[in-house]
Design a protein around this ligand. Sequence first.
Ligand SMILES: [Zn+2]
Length: 428
Amino acid sequence: MHAAGNGQRGARRLPTPDHLWYDTPMPAHDAPSRSDEPLPPALDAALRSRTAEILPLLRAWCGINSHTANVTGVNAMGEALCAAFAFEGLVHERRPGQGVGDHHCWRTPAFDLAPPAERVLLVGHHDTVFPPGTFEAFELDLDGDRLRAPGALDMKGGLAVVRAALGALSDVGELAGRPLAVVSVADEETSSLDSAPWMRALGAGARAALVFESGRDHDAIITRRKGTGRLVLTVKGRAAHAGNDLAAGINAIVALARVVDRVALLGDASRGVTVNIGTIRGGESVNTVPAFAEAVCDFRVERARDAETLLEAARAIAAEVARATGATITLGGGLRRPPMERTDAAAALCETYAACARAAGLGAVEAGLLGGGSDANTLSAVGVPAIDGLGPRGKGFHTHDEYIELSTVHPKAVALVRCLLRLTGDAR
Ligand SMILES: [Zn+2]
């Protein structure tokens, strides 16, 4: 795929509310296609008016602390979404979270009636990474086109794009008949461990999953993400006095050190496998042989089978060190998010969206491999063609400099509407 023409030719400025204007470079070199046709005037007008609602919505949403562990806050954000997605043509389902906030789905009657192969999922999350306490010092700030706020990029801005697009479709009576569902989960930032089975059931066999994580430079469309896992190495040795009885002890720290020294080398750059020994703890006092030690490793893989290989190798190392030292060594954890592997169907979906993005004046490059996972991984791993990074463009996610470029919200919503019309065109 290639970048959009940057369109000196045919650039036009559309009238939109304050802070929401943008230049729309028309594609300079693409053959005419359905994606380039103007939207029907009523839909175009509905999109503009729904875009105008975005700034107040984001002010309200980003003012709610929805750190994953702050269940009350996450549920307050869920309620705000329920109010925002109360559109004609959508039916709501709340899925109570177990140990996390509630997950939500809004879907059209056509979604339930359609064969799975015609269904399209729009995927987001309403939890964020900023705990109460770190959050208050980081308030919403609008500086020119930059809207800086906790969660604006990851990913309340993405939910705002979805809301503008579906609101506009609903306004012109084009929503209820299309097999669409919006899913927003409460635990994405902690790997969607609670929501993933429900999401996979909703998405089983679907035609496409569009995921609204942070928009990247050049509006790059994500088709590949690494899978992520944790490995917890726990060692039980035997305590003994360091002076009187050293030989009777089994030193858990020494045994663990031997294991992590070798596990750390299990990465394989040529296959995109990385291992990071992230934390280690153990021991009680300096004059006691430690009876306990634990290390936690982060690992990432491009292919699901590489996770199995890595875990088998780690188990073999642990067994060998256990035999040599007499310590008991257990391995916990595993693959938390399977990799999002680029399939032909995902590449085709990327092309479809890219044509719509170009028609909306956005970039349309395909992103390189990303090291972090998202719910695109969750659905891609069960065979649903998925693309990600469809939220507003911005930078600094998970930092106090997190911002979105507000003027990209409208073209992202336009691109989404165009894409949904194409993906569900023959389902009506
Ligand atoms: Zn996110």
